[in-house]
Ligand binder design. Structure first.
Ligand code: NAD
Ligand code: IPM
Ligand code: MN
Length: 353
């Protein structure tokens, strides 16, 4: 039987609750589709920090490397530990494992109400591709004279031709499998080195994809357009930070961040890829049992698809869509009154068939 080794990193807050539901669904898919998941859980994050004074062991990358995939809930417990400490392992995993593609689909599904007035299913059907290995998130900078009047901080973004070109090619190829329209987020009116280079590389690479409609839009106007005219967009590619911002916006206009899945992919498969919901640990609702587990469950489906179980992935995604269109079992973010566990149970019943 095909076996996959998956590292579970539930993290903090609602990350722990939604991973538990995704695991239930994965177990149901395993039985129905005849493969095996060997799951190993790591309690890294605030819990690990309380025991050891670190958020993860120093050799966390070596520990993760042998796995076929990593499944993460959410990290961050800002009331107890500064985010820039808790989140280090996540960013290190993405960069060290060269997970340079981050896919974040946002689609308004039947049975879900968008906060945008009058929008119906498929008015929003976007794939945000986020450059995930460099850009604004590289660890380059420093703080001098911290806390003093003369304090100075530097945070340097690094954009490379290789990094930009490979993510643009990936995005063009992806657009070819969808509606053949690629929009690049830019800000070359103000960022006259990095974003001007992105613009130039886009123009170069676009020559190889004459069948894909290509345009670019400044990130500020793009945010506005996504609210006013979401139907205009198909694949949107953004730098690490732009992609981060666009993916929360995408989740919101598609009805809830609690529905937004994501995949951090190393396309060459040299390293494990990481799957996680777009959302964070949601301290405002943590411990209440009302987090929507569907973003995590859909991320688990993306993981199975990537691992080579497309039928199981499709079955889970179909179960989620059936749950949404039925509208009977849903968490408060979608206007319901059910719990995280009840929604997970509903998906399991549907996956069992
Ligand atoms: P967040 O995504 O955790 O929450 C934003 C809002 O969306 C909150 O009101 C929250 O209740 C709601 N929400 C999020 N997920 C939901 C779900 N599944 N069901 C229902 N409602 C949901 O963002 P934040 O509040 O800015 O960040 C909280 C913590 O999470 C911080 O420590 C932050 O750094 C961290 N964070 C981690 C990740 C990650 O692990 N990938 C992503 C984003 C934020
Ligand atoms: C995300 C999160 C992370 C990011 C944080 C937690 C570092 O917001 O996955 O979208 O900015 O990449
Ligand atoms: Mn984010």
């Amino acid at each position: 039987m095909t076996t996959y080794k998956v590292a579970l990193y539930p993290g903090d807050g609602i990350g722990i609750d939604v991973v538990a539901e995704a695991v239930k669904v994965l177990r149901a898919a395993e039985v129905r589709f005849g493969f095996k998941l060997e799951l190993t859980e790591f309690d890294w994050g605030h819990r690990y920090w309380q025991r050891t004074g670190q958020v993860a062991p120093v050799d966390f990358l070596e520990k993760l490397k042998p796995f076929d995939a990593i499944f993460l809930g959410a990290v961050g417990d800002p009331a107890n530990l500064p985010d820039h400490i808790t989140l280090v392992p996540l960013i290190r995993i993405r960069q060290s494992f060269d997970q340079y593609v981050c896919l974040r689909p946002a689609q308004l599904l039947a049975g879900v109400r968008s906060p945008l007035a009058g929008r119906v299913p498929d008015d929003v059907d976007i794939m945000v591709v986020r450059e995930n290995s460099e850009g604004e998130y590289v660890d380059a900078g420093g703080t001098f004279s911290a806390g003093r009047q003369e304090e100075v901080s530097l945070q340097t973004a690094v954009h490379t031709r290789k990094g930009v070109e490979r993510i643009l090619r990936y995005s063009f190829d992806l657009a070819r499998t969808r509606r053949r329209h690629l929009t690049m987020a830019t800000k070359s009116n103000a960022m006259k080195y990095s974003m001007v280079m992105w613009d130039r590389i886009l123009a170069d690479v676009a020559h190889d994809y004459p069948d894909v409609k290509t345009d670019k839009c400044h990130i500020d106007a793009l945010c506005m357009n996504l609210v006013l005219r979401p139907e205009r967009y198909d694949v949107i590619i953004g730098s690490n930070l732009f992609g981060d911002i666009l993916s929360d916006l995408g989740g919101a206009i598609a009805g809830s961040l609690g529905l937004a899945p994501s995949a951090n992919i190393n396309p060459e498969r040299t390293f494990p890829s990481l799957f996680e919901p777009v959302h964070g640990s949601a301290p405002d609702i943590a411990g209440k049992g009302i987090a929507n587990p569907l973003a995590a469950i859909r991320s688990a489906a993306m993981m199975l698809d990537f691992l080579g179980q497309p039928d199981a992935a499709q079955c889970i995604e179909t179960a989620v869509r059936q749950n949404l269109s039925a509208g009977a079992v849903r968490t408060p973010d979608l206007g319901g009154h059910h719990t995280t566990v009840q929604v997970g149970d509903d998906i399991v019943v549907r996956v069992n068939g």
